[in-house]
Design a protein around this ligand. Structure first.
Ligand code: XMP
Ligand code: MG
Length: 174
């Protein structure tokens, strides 16, 4: 598959991440926030964000799968990896690559609230508001984009393209 166009350049990504990091630094300084990176897509965004936040913080990982039993896509999300750090009374920031229909994140946020954090916020680099099927909004959004399938900066197509430093749109299949 070939790249059709660059939607968000590396320079634009990095300057927006710096703005988001500055906002988070301002709000979370002195709170030792727990950054919850949602695997695998937000690995790269999380790594860039925490390096620009420049405050004491902790990092943990969580993984959600949309597939019930591996063969059939039930659409029911399943928690595949739970955080190893206790969320109770912590200021938790969930870091996501993309908010699409919202089903995954609504499920995830509900699970996390049960773990009784002191506060829980959602930070997503990309938001596709047109695609939303369930009611959920992110507290921090990098870029809002129209409805198109994107890759790069952690986002994949069949596990490829995650390492690209920019976000692009692939050529349609013939
Ligand atoms: P929902 O619909 O639950 O899904 O908000 C969010 C998950 O869907 C994947 N997703 C994408 N992955 N390019 C990708 O590489 C896209 O344009 C895209 N849109 C949705 C992604 O795994 C995300 O966590
Ligand atoms: Mg994916």
């Amino acid at each position: 598959m070939r790249m059709k166009e660059v939607l968000i350049s590396e320079e634009k990504i990095q300057s927006r991440v710096a703005e988001m990091a500055a906002e988070l630094k301002h709000e979370y300084e002195g709170k030792n926030p727990l950054i919850l990176c949602v695997l695998k897509g937000s690995l790269i965004f999380t790594a860039d964000l925490v390096r620009k936040m420049d405050i004491p913080l902790e990092i943990d990982f969580i993984q959600v799968s949309s597939y019930g039993n591996g063969t059939t896509s039930s659409g029911e999300p399943v928690l595949k990896k739970v955080p190893s750090i206790d969320l109770k009374d912590r200021h938790v920031i969930v870091v996501e690559d993309i908010l699409d229909t919202g089903a995954t994140l609504r499920f995830l946020m509900k699970k996390l609230i049960e773990m009784q954090p002191a506060s829980l916020k959602l930070c997503t680099f990309i938001d596709k508001p047109e695609r939303r099927k369930v009611q959920i909004e992110a507290d921090y959004v990098g870029y809002k984009i129209p409805n198109c399938f994107i890759v790069g900066y952690g986002l994949d197509c069949a596990e490829q393209f995650r390492g690209l430093p920019y976000i692009g749109i692939l050529e349609e299949d013939e």
